[in-house]
Every structure is written in structure tokens, then in C-alpha cells.
Write a protein that binds this ligand. Structure first.
Ligand code: SF4
Ligand code: SF4
Length: 138
């Protein structure tokens, strides 16, 4: 909700850059968020160059000026991170809130944290493997 509020001024999960995937049958909820890949497949596949990295924070974002809404980045992302903005029909992903993600500040359960160790490959691989194993359980 804080993501939706801060970026769009509305309180709706549909506008959030972080999605919560739920597997109620095994009592698991997991945040799905852009991992800011070192060599992002979403950038490689984007036909217009709309997916780009912000140098200051390392965030990989969609430049909506150039996005044509083809959804190729959605299919290329191994983490299932990009979602289509319900209003403008262009993709959105976490922009790291200029280096200080608000979601990590409001998560009372302490489930979210942010490290600027952008290329912690081992953590990202572990995350991907966890998502893959949960998907297999489904
Ligand atoms: S959208 Fe997906 S592929 Fe692109 S940087 Fe984020 S996690 Fe990596
Ligand atoms: S939906 Fe937009 S950002 Fe994603 S690949 Fe297509 S043009 Fe690029």
C-alpha cells in the first residue's frame, strides 16, 4: 500500500511495484520484487530501450516515454517482477524509492530489508530457487 500511495497517490495493490504472491495451501506469502539484475534480461529484450538502469541507485526501471507496452520484459524476467500499470498499460517495477525503499520502513514484521549490495548473486539465486520450489509445490 505504501508503494501504491507514494507512487500513484492511491491505495491499491494493483499499482504497487512490489507484489505479494500467496500460497495459502502451504501457508506461505512471498514478496515478488525486482532484483535489479546485474545483466537484466528485461533490458536485453526490450525493443525500445525503455528498460534502463538509474546510475545513482542501480534501479532498473521502465522509462514510460519509450515503453510501448509489448510486455516482453514480463516474459523475460526470471523473477516475475514487472507488472502492467492498470492505467497507462506500461510496465512498472521497483525503483528503490531513490535508494530508500519505503516498503522496508513500514514493514512491521521485519520481513523486508534493503541492502545496497546490488549484485549479491548468491542471495538472488537463493531467492529464485525458493520461488521455483514453491511454484513446483503448487
Ligand atoms: S525486472 Fe526482472 S529481469 Fe529486470 S532487473 Fe528486475 S528482476 Fe531482473
Ligand atoms: S513492455 Fe515496455 S519496457 Fe517492457 S519490453 Fe515492452 S517496451 Fe520494453
Amino acid at each position: 500500500m505504501i508503494c501504491s500511495l507514494s507512487h500513484e497517490g492511491v491505495s491499491s495493490p494493483a499499482f504497487s511495484r512490489i507484489q505479494i504472491k500467496k500460497w495459502p495451501e502451504i501457508c506461505v506469502c512471498m514478496p515478488i520484487v525486482c532484483q535489479q539484475c546485474q545483466d537484466p534480461p528485461c533490458m536485453a529484450i526490450c525493443p525500445t530501450g525503455a528498460r534502463k538502469r538509474i546510475v545513482a541507485t542501480g534501479a532498473v526501471i521502465t522509462d514510460t516515454k519509450w515503453c510501448v507496452g509489448c510486455k516482453s520484459c514480463i516474459y523475460a524476467c526470471p523473477y516475475g517482477s514487472p507488472v502492467v500499470h492498470p492505467g497507462i498499460q506500461k510496465t512498472i517495477t521497483c525503483d528503490l524509492c531513490d535508494g530508500k525503499p519505503l516498503c522496508t520502513e513500514v514493514c512491521t514484521a521485519g520481513a523486508l530489508s534493503y541492502s545496497d549490495d546490488k549484485f549479491a548473486i548468491e542471495k538472488k539465486l537463493a531467492f529464485a530457487q525458493k520461488v521455483a520450489s514453491l511454484a513446483r509445490l503448487k
